[in-house]
Design a binder for this molecule. Structure first.
Ligand code: GCU
Length: 673
């Protein structure tokens, strides 16, 4: 959007009392449509609703030269790619089909909005399947959702189709997302009932012109729960027939249905192993039902049945031997790390270990383990770090667990919109850097005027780029993981050890603190999880002196007086990292304060309040973890680290509700240092 104009509009809105342009975050990074550019835009004669959308978007916001959109055969561009070039008559956007033109239009508008010169180029997406996974339940709640309730109004559908579905599709298409799994992986079979499929079909109709396919999470026991069969055994012909009939029914309603996502034999979900069959046998049976229609199965590898004493090894143990056994329309969906979306994990060793099997990565956009919607944690650095280890070209597809809800601004924290944006952009082009992505997103979304001083915008950029590392430092530095409070995964509870609970759900299982040191020994003298990695990397990780320090407590039980690269002992370094995390948030607060004159007041206040919460929580994490670990190290907190103002007992006394939606407001944490 033209910033000067948006500022004038905002001021006019204030003076006239009109609220039409007041900030509420609902526009995301997209243009509100204040275009007075008269540039001629020529579009192909077509009845395609997709071309109509492209034209509408360009008319709304294109600030460039005359532009011609053309459908033109080009074998390099595939289904979704586009080319931008100039001929004698001016600038041309061409593609093999209307969808390519839509993606190209959004790309041109992005260049425009970021104030960039139009680059002549050819773009094709890195993956054909770029999906957001919603963990939305049919009752409107969202598992690990922090932006309100689900945007799907199941009760109103199919009669009432919310205009928000279209806005949502537009936002996704604008960043290249082309698939949406509508429901939680902990799936209710009901979504596959005729009643619900009619509702799903309505959403699919809205998504179609935006190039977005609908997928559903399927419960493996649906033939029993919904179909009344006695078994869901994948090798029983009646079961396979039930899925085939179900697929046929779905495709009658939704001819471009994408397929199923399945969480099987994981955290209590049913699966083929209940019938002594393998994951491959289960996945293939479902894939064969979809195959005639062109659908796929995304089969999750998030499993941890206790096949080994180290949870980090379990998915590999279960899945790696199945390499080559999956049908060609099955993609194994693997979380980026071997445990569960922690602030920092090494990559899952399953990547690259199944050369005969299609694999996709599952990132978590929603901040289950990164401060929910209270903390700024820009996640592109986490995802590009994954791609530093796992070559994007080794993957077939990409998925992100959505952070979207029915809050007006979609994502709860206004800055969390950047993660939705970044996920889409990386799904289209995993070579992009975190910085390039934030350079696009920031001016489009924060709408500061063009004359905003560079040191202010640089400060905002740094605030975003450093935010994930700040979270790692104040929550779980040096490879620590899973120190979260039980249930809600918000605050620290390294001491939590509920008797009778699964040991691998308890923090002491992961941090292994004792008087000798800290960390999980996964080296060859311990669980030997390192051996699941390629030989050269395994060797590096195995040696405490060569293991990257950001993973040292993930792979080693490190003595408290171990000399770190900085020259400090492990204990001192741990204290320094927690302190540094707290200080990083203070820096973020200063960077945000410096931007106050240039940012819409509503937006500024909202982020400012959340930063105060983040600063409070960072300190809570620091004090809780250091006081707890100090009991084992027996060492003093160094002078350069601000001493805790609470006692460990006080911090242990903080009990938050386990609801996803509850915000922590314990009195204790509000006490000043
Ligand atoms: C985590 C998360 C669960 C979720 C699970 C999954 O364990 O806490 O809520 O169901 O991941 O990815 O299946």
């Amino acid at each position: 959007m033209n910033k000067l104009k948006s500022l004038i509009l905002a001021v006019t809105a204030i003076l006239t009392g009109s609220t039409a342009w007041a900030y509420d975050g609902s526009c995301l990074w997209l243009s509100g449509g204040d275009n007075d550019n008269q540039a001629v835009i020529t579009v192909p004669k077509s009845k395609s609703p997709t071309v109509a959308i492209a034209a509408e978007e360009l008319n709304k916001a294109w600030h460039g030269e005359p532009l011609r959109l053309e459908i033109k055969r080009d074998k390099n561009l595939g289904n979704e790619g586009f080319r931008v070039y100039r001929d004698k008559k001016g600038l041309v956007l061409s593609a093999n089909n209307d969808l390519g033109l839509l993606y190209g239009s959004y790309a041109l508008l992005r260049d425009n909005a970021a104030g960039k010169a139009i680059a002549l180029r050819e773009e094709i997406p890195a993956y054909n399947v770029r999906v957001l996974n919603h963990w939305d339940n049919l009752d409107g709640t969202i598992e690990r959702g922090y932006a309100g309730h689900s945007i799907w109004n199941w009760n109103e559908l199919p009669d009432v189709v919310s205009p928000r579905y279209r806005e949502y599709a537009r936002a996704n298409a604008s960043v290249g997302i082309n698939g949406v799994v509508l429901n939680n992986v902990n799936a209710s079979s009901k979504i596959l009932s005729a009643e619900y499929l009619a509702k799903v079909a309505k959403i699919a109709d809205v998504f179609r012109p935006y190039g977005i396919k609908v997928y559903l999470s399927a419960n493996f026991a649906a033939p029993m729960q919904l179909g009344g069969l006695k078994t869901a055994d994948p090798l029983v012909p009646e079961v396979a027939a039930w899925w085939k009939a179900k697929a046929d029914e779905i495709y009658k309603l939704i001819p471009d249905f994408g397929g199923f996502l399945v969480k099987a034999n994981s955290e209590g979900q049913p699966g083929p192993c209940d019938f002594d069959r393998t994951h491959a046998e289960g996945a293939n049976m479902m894939a064969r039902a979809l195959k005639p229609h062109g659908g796929i199965v995304m089969w999750r590898a998030f499993v941890y049945s206790p096949a080994d004493a180290d949870r980090a090894k379990q998915a590999y143990i279960e899945f790696q031997p199945l390499d080559g056994k999956f049908d060609d329309n099955v993609i194994v969906q693997i979380k980026n790390g071997p445990i569960d979306f922690q602030p920092r994990e090494p990559y899952s060793p399953l990547f690259g270990a199944m050369p005969q099997t299609d694999q996709m990565v599952e990132f978590q956009v929603t901040q289950e383990y990164l401060g929910h919607s209270n903390h700024i944690a820009y996640l592109a650095p986490m995802w590009t770090e994954f791609f530093d280890y796992v070559s994007p070209s080794s993957l077939k597809a990409i998925a992100g667990v959505a952070n979207v809800g029915n809050d007006t601004n979609w994502t709860g924290h206004p800055m969390a919109q950047a993660n939705w944006y970044a996920f889409g952009r990386l799904a289209w082009n995993p070579q992009l850097s975190s910085e390039e992505i934030i350079d696009e997103w920031m001016p489009m979304t924060l709408n500061y005027p063009e004359n905003t001083p560079k040191e202010v915008t640089d400060g905002l950029k740094k605030m975003m780029l450093n935010s994930r590392e700040a979270v790692v430092d104040y929550m779980m530095p040096l490879g620590l993981h899973h120190l979260f409070a039980f249930g809600h995964h918000y605050g620290p509870e390294p001491w939590c050890d509920i008797k009778g609970g699964r040991p691998d759900w308890m923090p002491p299982y992961y941090h292994r603190a004792d008087s000798a040191g800290l960390g999980f020994n996964r080296s060859s003298s311990g669980s030997n999880a390192v051996a699941q990695y390629p030989a050269q990397l395994a060797k590096k990780l195995d040696n405490i002196n060569t293991c990257p320090e950001e993973f040292i407590l993930w792979f080693h039980h490190v003595p408290w007086d171990f000399k770190m690269k900085s020259g400090a002992t492990l204990w001192q370094e741990l204290c320094n990292r927690y302190q540094s995390g707290v200080e990083s948030v203070e820096t973020m607060q200063r960077q945000w304060t410096a931007a106050k004159p240039y940012i819409d007041p509503e937006l500024w206040n909202d982020v400012n309040e959340r930063l105060m919460t983040q600063a409070r929580d960072a300190n809570w994490w620091k004090e809780g973890c250091l006081l707890y670990f100090q009991q084992f190290s027996g060492m003093p907190i160094p002078d350069n680290v601000t001493p805790p103002v609470h006692t460990l007992d006080q911090l242990k006394g903080i009990k938050l509700g386990i609801s996803n939606y509850e915000c922590p407001t314990p009195e204790l944490l509000n006490s000043k240092r």
